[in-house]
Write a protein that binds this ligand. Structure first.
Ligand code: BTN
Length: 253
């Protein structure tokens, strides 16, 4: 089924392996094509993890962007703007304790409620196709044991059932709203909003797991391209481009 929700064209499926993988195969799709599935049988997370995608329990959405830019440094900001859009949608729906863990895990009460997987796929040598995958836990009443300590859903946090399509449309409107400043290189508004929505942005003692090392420090905001500033022992500021952040303890209360 195809649903028009300007500027988005939504292709809805009852079941897919992964919405990101399906959209990747739609080589001729125009910008803002979306793929949504009621369930995924091979939902993927970052770092080769799987993404629990039970039928009707979550939003499983992928959006195609065809950014006309030669500045690759602005690409990671798309995931940050998506996290802002998800966080705002959750707040509007009354979810308490919404937070963003750098770069783009959306939490509620310190548990993960949404994950974002941005992947680049190229259509020939010249143009970049960016696939933004968003998973949001909506109607899960519980999680399997390995996730029960770390995951949550809108239903668990608010006690109410979510109409997945309504949540999808509300989120798409937010994504379209935040894509505008991104398109016009107005990154400060996205960074500022991200920093407002994240308790991790500043003054948090965290450890960051990089590919082959773990460093600890205190967060000191984001750079203009969305990298995390970390003040390590001795006062040196490290710029983190990718890594897994864990909060150690609150330093500013
Ligand atoms: C993460 O590890 O936090 C990212 C999770 C991303 C899950 C979404 S669900 C829709 C899209 N299709 C996938 O296979 N993954 C993303």
């Amino acid at each position: 089924m195809i649903i028009h929700h300007p500027p988005f064209i939504i292709h809805h499926f009852t079941s897919l392996g992964s919405t990101n993988d399906h959209l990747k195969e739609m080589i001729a799709a125009p910008e803002f094509t979306c793929v949504v599935a009621d369930q995924q049988t091979a939902g993927r997370g970052r770092r080769e993890r799987t993404w629990l995608s039970s039928p009707g329990a979550g939003l499983y959405l992928s959006i195609l962007f065809l950014p006309k830019t030669d500045s690759l440094s602005k690409i990671p900001l798309i995931s940050l703007l998506a996290a802002v859009a998800v966080a705002e949608t959750l707040i509007e729906r009354g979810v308490p304790g919404v937070d963003i863990k750098w770069p783009n895990d959306v939490l509620a009460g310190e548990r993960k409620i949404s994950g974002i997987l941005a992947e680049a796929a190229s259509a020939g040598s010249e143009s970049l196709r960016l696939i933004l995958g968003v998973g949001v836990n909506l109607n899960h009443q519980s999680f399997p044991p390995e996730l029960s300590e770390t995951a949550t859903s809108v239903a668990i946090e608010t006690g109410g059932r979510v109409v997945v399509e309504a949540f999808r449309d509300q989120l798409l409107e937010k994504i379209a709203r935040w894509y505008e400043p991104w398109r016009h290189d107005k990154f400060a508004s996205i960074i500022n909003r991200w920093q407002q929505l994240s308790t991790y942005a500043r003054d948090q003692q965290v450890s960051v797991t990089l590919d082959d090392e773990k460093i600890t420090g205190v967060t000191a905001g984001l750079t203009e391209t969305g990298a995390l500033r970390l003040v390590v022992d001795g006062g040196e500021v490290k710029i983190i481009l990718a890594g897994e952040v864990t909060r150690l303890r609150k330093t500013a209360e």
